[in-house]
Ligand binder design. Sequence first.
Ligand code: ASP
Length: 308
Amino acid sequence: MTQKISVSNLCDIAPLSAADITTILDRAAFFKTALSTKTVPQTLKDKVILTLFTENSTRTRNSFEMAVLRLGGKLMNWDEKISSAQKGETFSDTLRYLNGYQPDAVVMRHHEYNAPNYVAGIVDCPVINAGDSYREHPTQALLDAFTIKEAKGKIDGLTIAIVGDLAHSRVAGSDVPLLTKMGATIHLIAPENLQPRSVPEGVKIFSTLEDGLVGCDVIITLRIQKERMDASVIPNDTAYFHAYGLTLERLALAKPDVIVMHPGPMNRGVEIADEVADDPTHSVIFQQGANGVPVRMAVLDLLVGEST
Ligand code: ASP
């Protein structure tokens, strides 16, 4: 029987204990094996999962959909662009109607800060945050942790650099609390105008790769979130690449067995060089993407699944 976790929604990392995170990562490892041996227990059979996305998505949305289908569940989608939101219906009224159809969970991405906690206050089923504004993206952090554990055998004691647009990154918003909770040391590297306003105690901030990458076991590179900033913040892509792009030369500053990650979508030639993104020894970027399926299966299973 599945050991459950202590929360009934996944909107943020803070309410998860280290034991909850370990339970999710272990369950994800179980599903990764079950996917490869085609022995996935159908713990979402007869469950209908409502997806509600108001921002673009490729990896998160499709891996959630694949996770639901692999577990034997069904999907219902609310699409803002063709919904009655266009006729002036409030989001709260929309939610009350959708809740009346009794979905078994809501998986949502929303452009407004903290929208998942608002939705969780209205609907009667678990809410899973698939990314809200620049605040949090908890399942991305879980799949990042899973990928690190898979490659390094542990998280505790590692030094992990997160490089790039930290001011606007919901990935960093969830990675930092999760990875510190699991015992990693975090180096945040960004130009001054893209550094976060506050960081948890013990997290170190650097403004150059040359200082921040030394001694790192893992490098997580982030996309410049142009949709969330004024054009003046980053004058041009070439200048950014020159100062902060991850090149093979800069990779050599970290430990020899460093791994490179990126949540996607990658802007090649802006935050990461092609040779690094495609480096067979160090880059785990595409494995990281594939791990979205077993990790999201684990979250769905633990919050909604029938015990097997
Ligand atoms: N895919 C991630 C997100 O939705 C990262 C990114 O967009 O840069 O937050």
